[in-house]
Design a protein around this ligand. Structure first.
Ligand SMILES: Cc1ncc(COP(=O)(O)O)c(C=O)c1O
Length: 479
């Protein structure tokens, strides 16, 4: 179990620190949060999290052991003792450890768990994070929050497809991309990620196979695999997803669905050319292969807009289209949308109702106001301007510090630079060394298990100063 808590001993309380730690652990045991047999954090991990010397933790644990609450078990570290006071009252306990291991959903990759944890270490420099920096959050948010939503808009459960007023705005917004869709075929979801989950659970059979780019954001997730599906990675070239490989897979019957990120691809930043979009679309029509187009980064073009979405080419209802407000407005709102044939939208909405009864109405209302008042477009201008200077600065740093060791292409939008090391180096070791040095990286192997020599860098999150320190430290960590 990863040890994560926001609790810290309070030096101003006049109670010895070791005693505060012992009391903290005791309360965890007595409340059943740490049941009998569960492993307690190592002394080293606890000392690190609490920001104290290891000897202080040793003293606290010694007191708990003397009270019979914890015991050392060879091979398992220190565990909550069967003789703990709570256990005496409830002799038969579920073995949570085995439940945790048998749940249907697969755990995140270990490195992703580490990243999710490390992102909240104070002062860590996040060089790979795929979200806008707090500096990029919309200033107009305060203005919107000062307006009063009508009670009927936000206090009830929303209808299955989401607030009609937001679906209307999304439908208008999509016209600007060449997608003509009525609000009836728009489903509001709690982030694009939920769209993937709904599709995995609501549309695909166990045993299906999903084709996708390699590397891909999708390969960093376990959404489809947890639903019993396999994933096939297709190569990318300078025009995007390799159409010849796609044809080969599709013709051999491998593939129930194609998932693609044609615009400002995560993690490579690539943009699929218009010609390739047409080819991919035609191939999928020929093989009756549905396309899941993830367009989360479309609005973040920096040099020129990306070619029209595959969905805009689609008169056959072959493409399911996903959009998101996470990369532009803010990920905490958790608002995305899916567009597709009406029966698919109803099916996904039905599954959604069974999982969360709808995305937060307050978030839906907020996004609707952004779109309706034209504030979204204004905000995008700001974001693009800021991202352009961030991109320029990151590229300048790479030129100065990493030119010998690595190579990269200049992304034309989105957040990412796909950095390739010219020599063989151990990226897992680099990841560990960088964390020790206060820098958090996103290794390429998260997006393609076989990848050995890439990092996904992001210019969207760290401040300018952090970018400089981070890249300097990264350059220093390369063996
Ligand atoms: C391509 C892509 N799709 C979907 C998501 C998830 O977005 P959301 O926050 O809307 O769930 C991400 C986030 O990194 C992404 O990069």
């Amino acid at each position: 179990m990863k040890f994560e808590t926001n609790w810290r001993p309070d030096r101003s309380r006049g109670i010895p620190i070791y005693r505060q730690i012992a009391d903290y652990v005791r309360s965890k045991i007595e409340s059943g949060e740490w049941p009998t047999g569960s492993r307690i954090p190592t002394e080293r991990a606890a000392a690190k999290v609490f920001g104290v010397n290891r000897s202080t933790v040793v003293q606290a644990f010694a007191e708990l052991a003397a009270d019979g609450l914890i015991e050392g078990k060879s091979g398992s570290g220190t565990i909550v003792s069967a003789a703990s006071a709570w256990d005496k009252q409830v002799p038969k306990l579920p073995d949570w450890e085995s439940y945790v291991k048998t749940g249907v959903h697969r755990p995140n990759q270990r490195t992703i768990q580490d990243i999710n944890h490390a992102e909240f270490i104070p002062d860590i420099i996040r060089l790979g994070t795929g979200e806008p920096s707090p500096d990029l959050f919309p200033k107009a948010m305060n203005r919107i929050f000062r307006q009063q939503p009508s009670q009927t808009d936000i206090f009830g459960y929303p209808e299955p497809r989401g607030l009609y007023s937001l679906r209307e705005e999304i439908s208008k917004h999509m016209t600007g991309y060449g997608i003509s869709v009525s609000p009836d075929s728009v489903l509001i979801v709690s982030g694009a990620l939920q769209a993937l989950q709904l599709i995995a659970l609501g549309l695909l059979k166990n045993g299906s196979s999903v084709l996708t780019e390699s590397p891909s954001y999708l390969q960093s997730l376990q959404v489809f695999q947890s639903a019993g599906m396999s994933m096939w990675g297709l190569p990318l070239d300078e025009e995007g997803l390799d159409a010849i490989a796609l044809e080969r897979y599709a013709a051999s019957g491998k593939g129930t669905l194609l998932y693609t990120i044609p615009s400002f691809h995560n993690p490579t930043g690539k943009v699929m050319s218009l010609k390739r979009r047409q080819d991919v679309y035609q191939l999928c029509v020929k093989h009756k292969l549905p396309i899941l187009e993830d367009d989360a980064y479309r609005d973040l073009w920096l040099d020129k807009p990306s070619p029209p979405p595959l969905k805009s080419l689609d008169q056959n209802g072959l493409v399911l289209y996903i959009g998101s407000m996470s990369k532009t407005l803010s990920p905490g709102l958790r608002i995305g949308w899916v567009i597709g044939p009406e029966q698919v939208i109803h099916r996904l909405a039905d599954v959604k109702m069974q999982s969360d009864y709808g995305a937060s109405t307050l978030s839906q209302w907020t996004v609707m106001q952004f779109l309706r008042q034209g504030l979204y477009e204004e905000h995008l201008d700001q974001v693009r301007k800021e991202l352009r200077s961030r991109r320029a600065y990151m590229l300048q740093l790479l030129e100065s510090y990493l030119k010998e060791a690595a190579e990269w292409e200049v992304p034309t939008g989105g957040f990412y630079i796909w950095l390739r090391f010219k020599r063989d180096i151990s990226v897992p070791a680099l990841f560990d060394a960088a964390i020790k040095d206060g820098v958090l990286l996103n290794p390429g192997y998260l997006y393609d298990k076989a990848d050995r020599n890439h990092l996904r860098l992001s210019y969207s999150y760290a401040s300018f100063e952090q970018m400089k320190t981070g890249i300097e430290r990264l350059a220093r960590s390369i063996p």
